[in-house]
Ligand binder design. Structure first.
Ligand code: C2E
Ligand code: MG
Ligand code: MG
Ligand code: MG
Length: 287
């Protein structure tokens, strides 16, 4: 009986391997087609400033609506695109569409996610610069979101790229801060403008002492270093109040707006009150 159990376990394991392999192939094939057939779109989620809760920019979030399977989460298809190399085409699509949409807004920034492989391509700065110039968007209205994985493996090279991007006026945000290496070395040695505190910490605000302590220390650290903070995943008034009291400069989450398509976003920005010098404001944290 023991022997049979063992064999069955092996079978189950092999079966699972096949299935995940098959799944990846289906996603990969589907994605190739998705780019060509117009199944992709970008949604935009507002990023608001602490004092008056005015929108200062939007994060671009990729959406894939597959004709067979319906909407598929980027949390599922981005890692597969990254491993298969498809992220190069996908990323180009995202950058061009995000910049085109941003060009039609008043003076607001668009925040674009870059996965490590995109960021590490040769001549990344020249490549991005050309797209941004073509779209006639000012670099200060482009925020580049990267994770620590993107800069961790080749730190001296990444430091040069980030310094160059920042010198050209791009905003650099470290995404999902607190979930990866979260090394203080990274914060000290890289040209960053912004830390995005991961939503797993914001979730705990109001009932979890440890989350509150971590969020508060990260905010103070960022302020001392002259960085602005975007708290991700703010869903409740209570979280918003705690963040404001702690001195968090910017927030993003369902409380202020869910990701909306380009047309809805264009309508939203039409009705926004004029923000004086929005490009300058994130630097002026606290207050
Ligand atoms: P992320 O960059 O950390 O994006 C924030 C995620 O949190 C988004 O999920 C957003 O919809 C979600 N979110 C925002 N506010 C709230 C809230 O109040 N509560 C909760 N529960 N969630 C909230 P989404 O759109 O599913 O994206 C997942 C991840 O996929 C992103 O995480 C990002 O890492 C990746 N991704 C999305 N679009 C792109 C892209 O164009 N390029 C790359 N490389 N990655 C992307
Ligand atoms: Mg992001
Ligand atoms: Mg994030
Ligand atoms: Mg996140």
């Amino acid at each position: 009986a023991a022997k049979r159990d063992g064999r069955e376990r092996v079978c189950v394991f092999d079966g699972a391997m096949d299935e995940s392999q098959r799944f990846r192939q289906v996603i990969e094939g589907g994605l190739r087609r998705a780019i060509a057939e117009g199944e992709l779109s970008l949604h935009y989620q507002p990023i608001v400033e602490r004092d008056d809760l005015k929108t200062v920019g939007f994060e671009a979030l990729l959406r894939w609506n597959s004709p067979e399977s319906g909407p598929i989460s980027p949390a599922i298809f981005i890692p597969i695109a990254e491993e298969s190399g498809l992220i190069d085409d996908l990323g180009e699509w995202v950058v061009d569409h995000a910049l085109k949409d941003c060009a039609g807004w008043p003076d607001l920034f668009v925040s674009i996610n870059f996965s490590p492989r995109q960021f590490k391509r040769a001549n990344f700065v020249e490549w991005l610069d050309a797209r941004v110039a073509h779209a006639q968007v000012a670099p200060r209205n482009v925020q580049i979101e990267i994770t620590e994985t993107a800069i961790f493996e080749d730190t001296s090279w990444a430091a040069d790229v980030l310094r160059e991007l920042q010198a050209k006026g791009y905003r650099i945000a470290l995404d999902d801060f607190g979930t990866g290496y979260s090394s203080l070395f990274n914060i000290k040695n890289f040209s960053l403008n912004c830390l995005k505190i991961d939503k797993s910490f914001i979730e705990g605000l109001g009932h979890d002492r440890h989350s509150a302590a971590i969020v508060s220390s990260v905010i103070h650290l960022a302020r001392a270093l002259g960085l602005y903070i975007i708290a991700e995943g703010v869903e409740t008034d209570e979280q918003c109040q705690v963040l404001r009291l702690t001195g968090c400069s910017h927030m993003q989450g369902f409380l202020f707006g869910k990701p909306a398509n380009a047309a809805e976003t264009a309508d939203q920005v039409q009705s926004l009150p004029e923000v004086p010098e929005p490009g300058q404001r994130p630097a002026a944290i606290g207050g």
